[in-house]
Write a protein that binds this ligand. Structure first.
Ligand SMILES: *Cc1c(COP(=O)(O)O)cnc(C)c1O
Length: 384
């Protein structure tokens, strides 16, 4: 897809930068829209590091009908940016500013009867019904009501609905092992959710949406789809199945800020953990662990320079890395692709860091400049 770069101040253009391709995100969104009954775009953690407002707008422009985030603060930031779509926040302490959320029409996931009581009080204060989704634990022992609490949560929600203080829009759960298709814990989670729906209906609730699936289950477990799927990772190209055709949307680029030719035996970086085995050329890039290049990847990771894969040598520092460019004719001002188009993938970086791609894409530090490439044809949106 053709993309249009938004001009950056020249100082930002010269340093390390993270390019976000919204055209790619749009294509990923459309893949999900074609496969699920309805799509909630999960844009928590700043849209998985891609920019929450940009990802949200792109998702809505391409067929998503809901937005989802973790905290009320994240939800209010989307409202302040002018997004008026249905929006759910699902992880908040009991003592929180529910009133503002209710006032801004942020739907609230309720995991305990205590949350329900607090939200009910806030709804009475602002004299507006709270939009709520009852959240059932479907096998992670993490968030969501226990089976013991669920009937009581349903009854109190039904009662608040009769009193005009709740509008119970949804029921939700989350599966623990959806990236391992056929895992028995997910079958158990689906059964638990079906039970939860029955209990809610028997309590007099008739929620418009039921949602259980995230990215992996949206792709691989149609029995979990119900009426809505909550998808985050997949929108930014993280594909647990490896065959959905999703594409990554980030490219991390860094300029060469120092070049030196060194003799064999030259020690590099803190602790002298690497010695040049031969005469070689070293290049320094101004990115380190404060920018998301995890120190634990020292000795394993690589970048691409002038089209060739070159290893990061010595320890990854807070602000910089050194690569062994060998006989490449590298010069000051050349640019390395740390990951993304033309360089290593975020999946490779995840392997080098013993983690998942989610942690790589959400881990880029704030001092790295962001460059947003907008899909042509999309409505022009203001800079975040
Ligand atoms: C993060 C999250 C999602 C999105 O999960 P992905 O696997 O990234 O699609 C959905 N639901 C809940 C409750 C989440 O915390």
């Amino acid at each position: 897809m053709t993309a249009v770069a938004v001009p950056l101040p020249s100082a930002a253009r010269a340093g390390a930068r993270l390019e976000v391709d919204l055209g790619t995100i749009a294509a990923n969104v459309r893949i999900f829209v074609a496969r699920v009954p309805a799509l909630m775009a999960v844009v928590k953690a700043d849209g998985f590091g891609h920019g929450a407002v940009d990802v949200a707008r792109t998702a809505l422009a391409n067929g998503a009908t809901w937005l989802g985030v973790t905290s009320i603060d994240e939800a209010l930031a989307l409202r302040s940016a002018g997004l008026v779509a249905p929006l759910l926040s699902w992880l908040n302490p009991v003592a929180t500013d529910w009133a503002t959320a209710i006032d801004r029409r942020v739907a609230l996931a309720l995991p305990t009867p205590e949350h329900a009581a607090a939200v009910r009080r806030a709804a009475a204060q602002v004299a507006k019904p709270a939009l709520v989704h009852l959240h059932l634990d479907c096998g992670m022992a993490r968030e969501g009501a226990s089976a013991d609490d669920w009937p009581r949560l349903c009854r109190s929600a039904a009662e608040a609905e009769s009193a005009g203080l709740f509008r119970v829009e949804g029921l939700m759960g989350h599966l623990p092992c959806a990236d391992q298709p056929g895992h028995p814990a997910d079958a158990e989670g689906r059964r638990r959710f079906a039970w939860g729906v029955d209990v809610a209906r028997a309590s007099g609730l008739s929620p418009a949406v039921r949602h259980l699936a995230a990215t992996a289950a949206a792709l691989d477990d149609p029995l979990s789809h119900h009426t809505l799927c909550r998808v985050g990772a997949g929108l930014v190209g993280i594909d647990p199945t490896g065959r959905a055709g999703l594409q990554p949307a980030l490219t991390l680029i860094a300029p060469v800020v120092a070049v030196r030719d060194v003799p064999a035996g030259t020690a590099v970086g803190y602790g002298h953990t690497w010695l040049a085995p031969r005469a070689t050329r070293l290049a320094t890039l101004p990115l380190g662990y404060a920018d998301g290049l995890q120190r634990g990847a020292s000795g394993r990771a690589a970048v691409t320079l002038r089209g060739r894969r070159v290893p990061i040598v010595g320890r990854i520092s807070m602000d910089q890395i050194v690569v062994d460019a060998g006989d490449l004719p590298v010069s000051l001002g050349d640019e390395a692709v740390v990951w993304g188009a033309g360089g290593p993938s975020t999946a490779e970086w995840a392997g080098w860091c013993d983690t998942v791609e989610h942690e790589i894409v959400t881990g880029v530090g704030r001092r790295v400049a962001r460059v947003v490439r907008r899909a042509t044809g999309e409505p022009l949106v203001s800079a975040a």
